[in-house]
Design a binder for this molecule. Sequence first.
Ligand SMILES: NC(=O)c1ccc[n+]([C@@H]2O[C@H](COP(=O)([O-])OP(=O)(O)OC[C@H]3O[C@@H](n4cnc5c(N)ncnc54)[C@H](OP(=O)(O)O)[C@@H]3O)[C@@H](O)[C@H]2O)c1
Length: 203
Amino acid sequence: MKRILIVGANGAIGSAVAKDLAQDFEIIRAGRTNADIILDVTDRASIDKALKGVAKFDGLITCYGKAAFGEFADINLADEGNGLGYKFSGQVNMVQAVLPLLNVGASITLTSGILNDQPIAGGVFAAAANGALNSFTYALALELNGRARVNIVSPSLIADSEDAMGRTFPGYEITPMHDVVNAYRHCVMGQLNGKVLRLYRPI
Ligand SMILES: NC(=O)c1ccc[n+]([C@@H]2O[C@H](COP(=O)([O-])OP(=O)(O)OC[C@H]3O[C@@H](n4cnc5c(N)ncnc54)[C@H](OP(=O)(O)O)[C@@H]3O)[C@@H](O)[C@H]2O)c1
């Protein structure tokens, strides 16, 4: 059975995606807690240590991403994780670390989000990180030249997160979890390469 490593498999998106793909793949869960592989994506050394001895696998999915929110003028760029980290750097760390562990024809599926296309006040860095991740995906697909496919899923606010975050996204289109799960399934099992799967209509 082919094996997929999911970072953030306990999260809102990751747990739904893991449950769905477990019908067709062996799922290896990675995260800081309660996972098969304990790692911190913000720390490349912790990733390398955790992946030592792990047998090759057929796909990486990252359902992780933390960005600084708040008034732009007040965000201290010197603080850890601000700017484009950790949402951008965490996923990029993970991709770089797993490249030697991917079987031929493997897939890499990252996660961005709506905020670079339809920003909210206080979300400057989340918007920038999403835009950077989307561009990273286009460019990396070219460079990998078929050695592995790389795509990125960009949801709007997910239905399951509406109660917690709905007020921050007033009037935003809500992405059903079913569409989210299908998008990752499409990236893993289909032929897509170098695509941003935007799960919302443009305005
Ligand atoms: N939820 C939404 O409505 C929505 C909409 C659009 C885009 N997105 C994007 O989708 C991604 C996932 O969102 P989510 O709502 O599913 O997040 P979530 O529920 O907060 O889950 C995040 C997952 O990542 C793991 N994680 C967090 N920090 C980590 C680290 N440093 N190293 C390794 N693992 C770490 C967490 O597990 P541990 O704490 O155990 O490590 C958890 O399993 C984010 O990039 C988010 O911006 C979400």
